[in-house]
Design a protein around this ligand. Structure first.
Ligand code: AMP
Length: 299
């Protein structure tokens, strides 16, 4: 496994691989890797000749009051996990390499970036789209691996790929959860033991939504109300949003339909957590894999 800090050197190495017509899989991360990241990495290793993982806590996607400074950084462990998983190249750029003095170019995926997490985190998805576009130009991947946990991010990146003609195929893999149902997240490290117990309420609310739908409920507002009622029972929980939206345009839906996204953002104490499910008719536990049927961003 080779670690690159320079975009130019990584690009040269990638050029060599591309000349041999090898497939490059790419997993962008902010590090503090957990089993969710590893499921993407392992899939990428299975399906590609060369796998690149970037580890970059991207300042452009954090608001001024957010957790950029305290975001967990566990580089040694991350590198060991990547090596073990069979990663070929790590890209580990510094802030000043990605955003040198005078940096002025940003990618904004309009509309999709302003709803759900975008409304409480203004500028967040502009930062995400910008860094991913830059990483595409450096890594030139054939296949990009993303997690369903960040469903809005996946929809936005798929839109950007289509709009800007990046020759990249997107694969969105199911959310990996702890035994308690909590979606794995690097930010879970901020939770106290009690808060971790309370955090289970997000996945419980989504399971409640799923079971209401399985029993015939189709009114989005009734489902949202039941989810909110459940979450509000936890004193540490403050709901940012609970929404039923169309997965392709992220617009609110009045009625449940196959392929809709039920998404939650809830603050547990000071930690903002997100989770979601995608509803399929007669779906399995988490409505997994529906992303593969969504048309946006496909080559
Ligand atoms: P992050 O390091 O949080 O920027 O995440 C990097 C990638 O890992 C993104 O595509 C995330 O959606 C994905 N990811 C994060 N948590 C999970 C999870 N619990 N299950 C699956 N993928 C995840």
């Amino acid at each position: 496994m080779k670690v690159f800090r320079s975009p130019e050197k990584l690009s040269i190495a990638i050029n060599r691989i591309k000349q041999n017509k090898k497939r490059v899989g790419f997993v962008p991360t902010m590090g503090a890797l957990h089993a969710g990241h590893l499921s993407l990495i392992k899939q990428a290793v299975k399906e590609n000749n060369t796998v690149v993982v970037s580890i970059f806590v991207n300042p452009a996607q954090f608001g001024p009051q957010e957790d950029l400074k305290k975001y967990p950084r566990l580089l040694k462990m991350d590198l060991a996990l990547c090596r073990q998983a069979g990663v070929d190249f790590i890209f580990l750029p510094e802030n000043k390499i990605m955003y040198p003095r005078g940096y002025s170019t940003f990618v904004n995926v309009e509309g999709l970036s302003e709803v759900l997490c975008g409304s409480s985190r203004p500028g967040h998805f502009r930062g995400v789209a910008t860094v991913v576009a830059k990483l595409f130009n450096i890594v030139r991947p054939d296949v990009l691996y993303l997690g369903q946990k960040d469903a809005q991010q996946a929809v936005i990146i798929a839109r950007m790929i289509k709009d800007l003609n990046f020759p990249v195929k997107v694969k969105v893999l199911p959310t990996v959860r702890g035994n308690d149902g909590v979606a794995l997240s690097s930010r879970n490290a901020y939770l106290s033991d009690k808060e971790r117990e309370d955090a289970v309420v997000l996945s419980k609310a989504l399971l409640l939504a799923q079971s209401l739908i399985d029993n015939g409920q189709r009114h989005a507002d009734r489902i949202i109300n039941r989810m909110k009622e459940l979450i509000s029972k936890k004193r540490s929980a403050r709901i940012d949003y609970a929404a039923v939206v169309d997965l392709e345009n992220l617009m609110p839906l009045k009625k449940i339909k196959p392929g809709c996204l039920i998404a939650l953002a809830v603050k547990i104490g000071k930690t903002r957590l997100i989770d979601n499910i995608i509803i399929r008719e007669g779906s399995g536990k988490w409505g997994q894999n529906y992303f593969s049927k969504i048309k946006i961003g496909k080559k």
